[in-house]
Design a protein. Structure first.
Length: 157
């Protein structure tokens, strides 16, 4: 609905240190909770070391990884979010539940690219926002997928 404002935000997002700090802080808190409560199997005796290493890594990343920090933090958040989404859909009977894992796996793939090659997000945003046709097609694709999930969710689940 406000495509010019969203396009402007997306163009500035990859180099935004403010958004990088916000997203990385969310990643840090979520990771601390995961490390604190998850079953670590044979690595249970390393939990305290991981709990000490995580805040140190958080501060070091904030200090030394300023370029594309927002994209990297978004990639890590996509990887973290996909876990509960896949767990919720695991072994659910209706075949229509596959719409949710497909989205989660898309998040995983995008998250790995964003963490490893963050400049690609900038390139993808520039390519999509280059013409209004591409932007409208990408927006329409997202709206259609969301509408399909809502309809299937209301009918099948």
């Amino acid at each position: 609905l406000r495509s010019e404002a969203v396009q402007g935000f997306l163009r500035q997002f990859p180099r935004s240190y403010k958004w990088g700090v916000i997203l990385l802080s969310i990643d840090f808190i979520w990771s601390m909770l995961i490390i604190s409560y998850m079953d670590m199997g044979e690595f249970y005796n390393l939990r305290s070391k991981f709990l000490l290493l995580l805040p140190v890594a958080f501060v070091l990343v904030l200090i030394f990884v300023k370029e594309f920090l927002a994209v990297r933090a978004l990639g890590a958040l996509l990887l973290l979010v996909s876990g509960p989404v896949l767990t919720a859909a695991f072994l659910q009977p209706p075949a229509s539940r596959m719409l949710v894992p497909i989205l989660a796996y898309a998040w995983i793939i995008a998250g790995m690219y964003f963490v490893g090659m963050p400049f690609l997000m900038r390139d993808w945003v520039n390519w999509i926002t280059q013409t209004t046709g591409r932007w409208k097609l990408a927006s329409l694709g997202g709206v259609v997928y969301g509408a399909v999930m809502l309809v299937v969710g209301g009918v099948a689940w």
